[in-house]
Design a binder for this molecule. Structure first.
Ligand code: TYD
Length: 135
């Protein structure tokens, strides 16, 4: 049985009596230097997002508020995970088809990436992705 597609990492906690503080840094929970961060929020009811893979991009996703379900597909297997805590992150490497479903209305999904936005890095067609994954 090969390794799980779902790579969850515990984010170091530096909270104290005042409240919580979570840290993502290079050499800690981040296996890459961040060149871009974005966050998905205000997602309308019933909306799913994603439906693409990246050729090279590596990402760390942290659901800092609310909850969302993320599914990953490597061309053969699909696995999914519910993200519902600011103290865990999901690492997504290249070559994985991702979908995001079941956003709670208050969901804020932070994404840290190792490269700037490039449309040429996307594979947006599922059949093309499956061919790419099997190549
Ligand atoms: P996309 O990655 O397709 O969103 P999702 O997979 O969550 O549905 O991005 C949506 C749009 O935003 C698309 O037109 C590309 C643009 N975009 C940027 O310009 N920069 C970025 O960093 C990201 C993530 C998206």
């Amino acid at each position: 049985m090969s390794a799980s597609l779902i790579q969850l990492v515990d984010i170091p906690q530096r909270g104290d009596a005042r409240g919580q503080l979570s840290v993502a840094e290079l050499g800690g929970v981040l296996p890459f230097a961040v060149r871009r961060a974005y966050w998905i929020h205000g997602t309308k009811p019933g909306v799913s997002r994603g439906f693409h893979a990246h050729r090279q991009l590596r990402q760390l996703c942290v659901c800092v508020a609310g909850s969302v379900r993320i599914s990953l597909f490597d061309g053969a297997r699909e696995e999914s995970v519910m993200l519902a805590t600011a103290t865990q992150g999901l690492l997504i490497g290249p070559g994985l088809w991702r979908e995001m479903h079941d956003f709670s209305p208050d969901c804020v999904l932070m994404v840290f990436a190792d490269a700037e936005y490039a449309e040429s890095d996307y594979i947006r067609d599922r059949e093309q992705f499956i061919k790419h994954a099997q190549a």
